[in-house]
Write a protein that binds this ligand. Structure first.
Ligand code: ADE
Ligand code: ZN
Length: 328
């Protein structure tokens, strides 16, 4: 499973920071972050809202463009070791530069440079999706959308939205999504994770997204499931994240197999891997155990992910050729 070439579409950059990386930065900056770690040194949180708090506390020590460059290098080394050949990562100007465009360009340059170095070294390709944070509200979502629109291009390929789905409705953020769409960016949004099927419908109808982050709770409305299949909406499914955050009691209870059986385009990602004690290889192994999926099933899901990637056509061809070369 580890050697299988993989495409990952749903990965939060700060959420992929290993605890040791965050502890190292906290020590350099003389910040006390001991409250967010367990005795064994893992991230410690209790449920989704507390997870978001710990996530934001960890993120608070990742500050400079250089810190973000180092983070991209660290994350891509780990991803490459898991067989990932292409990834898209959520980056949030709210967490660095405060939505200021000039500052954003500096952070972006550092991340792009680290990403280009990793591509030269390991062949892994990374693209960025700018991500407003839902619980910061619709007004604050405008600045990241402008940052995304102004820097749309080879590396910034999309706009997404993460954060607490309990706050507001997708339609409240239409300005940000319209701004990104007009700049030629592709669109995705977290929905149907802690929100129900109606949140998935609203993200599609009110924001016009073509992919959904998670979207698994669509399973509670089979008419919606069939609609997703018919429209070819792609779900960025993160089963280990859903199990870790208590959405499903175990892997066998996860709806990914039912969604796939009803011909929804599903893909597999890790979301915030060190927070959920997972890796792409671990996800594949648990799915193989739970549903009997074999290497051919995973190869097919990776082709779906490559087709749904927000990158340019040349990059997509490159990824598809690498998947084909390893085909089973
Ligand atoms: N930000 C980081 N991980 C997230 C998740 N699983 N849901 C919503 N926002 C997030
Ligand atoms: Zn996510």
């Amino acid at each position: 499973m580890r050697d299988l070439p993989k495409v990952e579409l749903h990965l939060h950059l700060e959420g992929a920071a290993p605890p040791s990386f965050v502890r190292g930065l906290a020590a350099e900056k003389k910040e006390d972050l001991s409250g967010i770690f367990s005795e064994s040194g893992a991230y410690a949180y209790d449920g989704f809202v507390d997870f978001l708090r710990v996530y934001e506390a960890a993120t608070s020590v990742i500050r400079t463009p250089e810190d973000y460059g180092r983070l991209v290098t660290t994350v891509l080394e780990e991803l490459a070791s898991q067989g990932v050949i292409y990834a898209e990562t959520f980056v949030s100007p709210d967490f660095f530069g405060g939505g200021d465009l000039a500052a954003w360009r500096e952070y972006l340059a550092a991340m792009e440079e680290a990403s280009a170095r990793a591509e030269t070294r390991d062949g892994i390709i990374l693209k960025g999706i700018v991500t407003p944070i839902r619980h910061f509200g619709p007004e604050r979502a405008k600045a990241p959308a402008i940052c995304a629109a102004e820097t749309a291009g080879e590396w910034i390929v999309g706009l997404g939205m993460g954060g607490n789905e309990a706050v507001g409705k997708p339609g409240d953020f239409a300005w940000a999504f319209d701004c990104a769409r007009e700049a030629g960016l592709r669109l995705t949004c977290h929905a149907g994770e802690f929100g129900g099927p109606e949140s998935v419908r609203a993200a599609i109808e009110d924001l016009g997204v073509e992919r959904i982050g998670h979207g698994v709770r669509a399973i509670e409305d089979l008419a919606l499931v069939d609609d997703l299949a018919e429209r070819g909406i792609v779900l960025e499914v993160c089963p280990g994240s859903n199990v870790a955050l208590g959405l499903y009691p175990d892997w066998r209870a996860h709806p990914i197999e039912k969604l796939r059986e009803r011909e929804v385009k599903v893909t597999i990602s890790t979301d915030d891997p060190p927070f959920f004690h997972t890796t792409m290889t671990h996800e594949y192994e648990r799915l193989a155990d739970a549903f009997g999926w074999d290497v051919a099933d995973f190869a097919a899901l990776n082709r779906v992910a490559a087709e749904a990637a927000f990158c340019d056509a040349g990059t997509r061809d490159k990824i598809l050729k690498r998947l084909e070369a390893a085909d089973v």
